[in-house]
Design a protein around this ligand. Structure first.
Ligand code: PTJ
Length: 245
């Protein structure tokens, strides 16, 4: 039982979700390392959404609303940390959701991710894969034809850089949520939200709801005005400033 009055209650809660996820097999053991890396960067940005991340979340929501065939890609960590939040973003952005993992046993783990989403009443692809993303030798290459394969915009989180590169090469726009502004995923994506997925997803949902009142030209302008490299540099400055304070 996690003490509710503990000053780091939330952090303990998320660790617990990852730990239980590893125990039941939905999260790969390496997911713990990825989570720890995320915690370190979260600490450096102050464990709160920065103005900078808010700008990126708005551009990301606009891009999702403009998309013809948006897909949210979900791996083990994302599933246990934010199943409800992912479903809400998918609903407001009329997006598909697809399970896609890097580590084995991929079939078994994807089945568990699909089960988790189905239990919450959401439709999710990925159990059956009938297409491949070129240029990837990992399990991440195996995708659903009606999902990631034919998507025009893919939202990824807790990713390795290879797939973002391969998705971009396949002509897709990529939105990443990644606490590390230096990661290859962050650098290669069209839009990167440097924030924890547990905060970034509800923020995206809120932004998308507000942006639904805007027309397509207004949404396009929001996306056009956004510069990922500028936004990532701003995130680096926030981290550097906190480090010398
Ligand atoms: O479920 P699988 O098999 O697909 O496994 C996926 C993992 C997460 C193990 C795999 O993709 C991996 O090893 O990821 P990396 O290379 O460690 O990258 C994870 C990135 O996500 C790092 O840049 C972390 O800083 C970042 N990160 C970790 N936790 C969060 C996060 N970003 C946002 N929110 C988080 N909660």
């Amino acid at each position: 039982m996690l003490p509710k009055d503990h000053p780091r209650h939330l952090s303990l809660k998320y660790r617990n979700l990852i730990e239980n996820g590893v125990k039941n097999g939905i999260v790969t053991p390496t997911g713990m390392i990825a989570h720890g890396r995320g915690e370190a960067f979260d600490y450096l940005i102050g464990e709160k959404t920065t103005k900078n991340a808010e700008k990126a979340a708005e551009a990301a929501a606009a891009m999702m609303l403009l998309a013809e065939r948006p897909v949210i890609s979900v791996n083990g960590n994302a599933a246990v940390l934010a199943v409800a939040e992912i479903i809400k973003v998918a609903k407001v952005c009329s997006s598909k959701i697809e399970a896609n993992v890097f580590y084995p046993p991929a079939g078994k783990r994807k089945k568990m991710i699909v089960g988790l989403f189905r239990k919450k009443g959401a439709h999710i692809l990925g159990r059956i894969t009938d297409a491949k993303i070129k240029g990837l030798s990992s399990e991440r290459a195996n995708v659903s034809k009606e999902g990631i394969y034919s998507a025009d915009v893919v939202l990824v989180m807790l990713e390795d850089g290879n797939r973002t590169e391969a998705l971009r090469k396949a002509g897709k726009k990529v939105i990443a949520i990644d606490l590390n502004p230096l990661s290859r995923t962050a650098r290669k994506a069209d839009i990167t939200i440097v924030d924890n997925i547990v905060r970034a997803l509800p923020l995206m949902e809120k932004k998308a709801r507000a942006l639904k009142k805007k027309n397509r030209t207004q949404l396009r302008n929001i996306v056009k005005k956004f510069s990922n490299s500028r936004n990532l540099n701003e995130s680096m400055k926030i981290i550097a400033k906190r480090a010398v304070e």
